[in-house]
Write a protein that binds this ligand. Structure first.
Ligand code: SF4
Length: 105
């Protein structure tokens, strides 16, 4: 529904925008690992007998004690050392798109 109503979409995690892009691009080719996990967890029509929904492992961060680096680091399958000590800015991620991930670009 969002993809059909919005021109642009911003995805937030840990109180910050982690990805912004045109709606079609974001839904077709999400760049940020959190966005990918979020979209993978959406149920689809016809999935009634699929059983449990896919979930992103782990828990959201404590908003009163956000990590020094990337807020998604404890749940991210692509995390590496830099993610723990340096928060990624919104980096170019394709045409008019940005993602806050060191793997972007
Ligand atoms: S910056 Fe690191 S921890 Fe954060 S989403 Fe990217 S790979 Fe994962």
């Amino acid at each position: 529904m969002v993809a059909n109503l919005a021109d642009r979409v911003a995805v937030m995690y840990g109180g910050s925008i982690v990805e912004t892009a045109g709606a079609r691009r974001l839904f077709d080719a999400p760049a940020h690992p959190y966005t990918r996990g979020l979209l993978a967890s959406l149920p689809a029509i016809g999935d009634e007998d699929r059983g449990r929904l896919t979930a992103i492992p782990g828990q959201p961060p404590d908003m009163t004690r956000l990590p020094e680096g990337c807020a998604f680091v404890e749940r991210c399958p692509y995390a590496f050392a830099r993610c723990r000590w340096e928060r990624p800015p919104l980096l170019p991620a394709g045409k008019k798109a940005r993602a806050a991930c060191w793997w972007t670009g």
